[in-house]
Design a protein around this ligand. Sequence first.
Ligand SMILES: NC(=O)c1ccc[n+]([C@@H]2O[C@H](COP(=O)([O-])OP(=O)(O)OC[C@H]3O[C@@H](n4cnc5c(N)ncnc54)[C@H](O)[C@@H]3O)[C@@H](O)[C@H]2O)c1
Length: 263
Amino acid sequence: MNFGLDGKRILVLGGGLGIGEATVRLIAAEGAHVAVVDRELERAKAVADAVTARGGTAAAFCIDVLDDDALVAGIAQIERDFGPLDGMATVIGMAAWGSLIDIDMATWDADQNRNLRYFFLAAREVARSMMTRRVGGSIVCVGSVNGIRSAPNHGAYGAAKAGLINLVATMATEWSPFGIRVNVVAPGPIVTPRIPHTGEEGERKMMVNVPMHRRGSVEDIAKAIAFFLSDLSPYITGQTLAVDGGSLATNPFIPLADGHVPA
Ligand SMILES: NC(=O)c1ccc[n+]([C@@H]2O[C@H](COP(=O)([O-])OP(=O)(O)OC[C@H]3O[C@@H](n4cnc5c(N)ncnc54)[C@H](O)[C@@H]3O)[C@@H](O)[C@H]2O)c1
């Protein structure tokens, strides 16, 4: 099937590791030309080099997305040096752990900045460029099921991820006349290089509430991001798609079925 990504220039913020890296690999394999941005230039370079070694097109850029001026200037530079963008995926995000009763305001702000604030600024820059060029495009951010359900012990992160859902809906309504689509992919528990090790017992307890009884892979999330970036979703905007093995579909009052096979 043709995803319609061939030759499209896509910016991936946080493309050096985990879900971002998997997204770069997948969309590059589908023909996208990918600008890989990471705060760690070596990571971005390794991912871009792996793409070009396989015959794809990618280039690495170093930007710290928490620096407003660097982010705005960096996007402009990428559009000058790499070419005008058709889409962007923002994958950077992180959670501070601790209860709301104890959290200090610097930690609260850090979670808003690294999950919500940079996305707003980056999306607005890319959208302004698309509007000026009179071309449409697709913007995708990575939220979390913890922005849909409560987020005990990482409430600031949950609030920031919830903010993405509303922000994306507003962007979709304001920017649809310009052909710009904006969507959220909300992962459940995913196997990434950075996940805290919960131990076998902790892992088993967590998976009890996941109907598919496994963590998702970074590729599971990359596929959903590629779907929103591609021509497979031309009439979809303002949406949040949970990619969570069915976790959000469960009923807290009724235990999961244990795989009964009909007679
Ligand atoms: N891992 C999970 O189980 C899970 C679950 C739900 C949601 N998510 C979300 O998925 C996204 C990706 O998670 P991950 O674990 O794959 O990512 P990650 O944190 O492992 O990697 C992201 C990349 O972003 C880069 N980065 C971090 N801060 C940066 C900055 N300020 N400027 C530029 N680059 C920066 C890092 O160097 C890294 O290469 C996050 O938004 C996270 O909230 C993850």
